[in-house]
Write a protein that binds this ligand. Structure first.
Ligand code: 13P
Length: 254
């Protein structure tokens, strides 16, 4: 049994004060969730990490960063290192998000350096992969995902994979209101699992969590999350409101 994972990626939203208000309300709501069947995570902007850590207190909320550099320190203006994140108690990070790939031109080689650095520092990584609309329309989507995973995970051994969650986020579904159908998403998740069987082994392919991202909302979450190979969701817009994010979390429980 793979434990479900629901993450909220806030992107460039919320000041520390707004983050505090969200967390106070959200932590109250998730107190009602019993057992260990779901990991619940928030990925606020760097400036809000401290306040989200502080106000999540002893709750089950995992707090992670949306990006990081691969070096520990140095002349990299505007960057944040794994050592800095660790110093505020953060050891989860999203890497390879499509906005990093497309807007900030991050290459597979750079993402691979970041994944390696994250694992060396004992981080858990949400590794995002996804094809553009044009790539899907021209039937290149499987090749694109294969290329991203093989390059981003180059030189990562089976042990490292224990700390990786894969997020399949089709670029055309992010922030557009166009969700992949549960069937399309399931088909890609199954393909990714088969890839892991080839890249690693069947045990790892069985265990690796593959979550879906792209316009997940309370109204469509359940139809995606009931699929056998969809182990959770990475939520953008709908994670900005404590009630709608909680409803998505709840849809894996009931
Ligand atoms: P939306 O849920 O806003 O489409 O964003 C998805 C996403 O990019 C999560 O990382």
């Amino acid at each position: 049994m793979r434990r479900k994972f629901i993450g909220g990626n806030w992107k460039m939203n919320k000041t520390p004060d707004q983050a505090k208000e969200f967390v106070i309300s959200f932590v109250e709501k998730i107190k009602t969730i019993e057992g260990n069947s779901v990991d619940i995570a928030l990925f606020p902007p760097f400036l809000a990490l401290n306040v989200v850590k502080e106000y999540s207190g002893e709750s089950r909320l995992i707090v992670g960063a949306q990006n990081m550099h691969y070096k520990d320190s140095g002349a990299f203006t505007g960057e944040i290192s794994p050592v800095m994140l660790n110093s505020v108690g953060v050891n989860w990070v999203i890497l390879g998000h499509s906005e990093r790939r497309h807007i900030f031109r991050e290459s597979n080689e750079l993402i691979n350096l970041k994944v390696k650095a994250a694992l060396e520092h004992n981080f858990h990584v949400i590794l995002c992969v996804g094809e553009t609309e044009e790539e899907r329309l021209t039937s290149k989507h499987y090749d694109v995902i294969k290329e991203q995973l093989e390059s981003d995970l180059a030189d990562i051994d089976a042990k490292g994979i224990n700390n990786i969650v894969v997020a399949y986020e089709p670029v055309w579904a992010i922030g557009t209101g166009k969700t992949a159908t549960p069937e399309d998403a399931e088909e890609m998740h199954r393909y990714i699992r088969r890839l892991f069987e080839g890249m690693y082994n069947s045990d790892i392919a069985d265990k690796v969590r593959i979550i879906y991202g792209g316009s997940v909302k309370p109204a469509n979450a359940k139809s995606l999350l009931v699929k056998e190979d969809i182990d959770g969701a990475l939520v953008g817009g709908a994670s900005l409101n404590p009630q709608s994010f909680f409803e998505i979390v709840n849809s894996v429980i009931d």
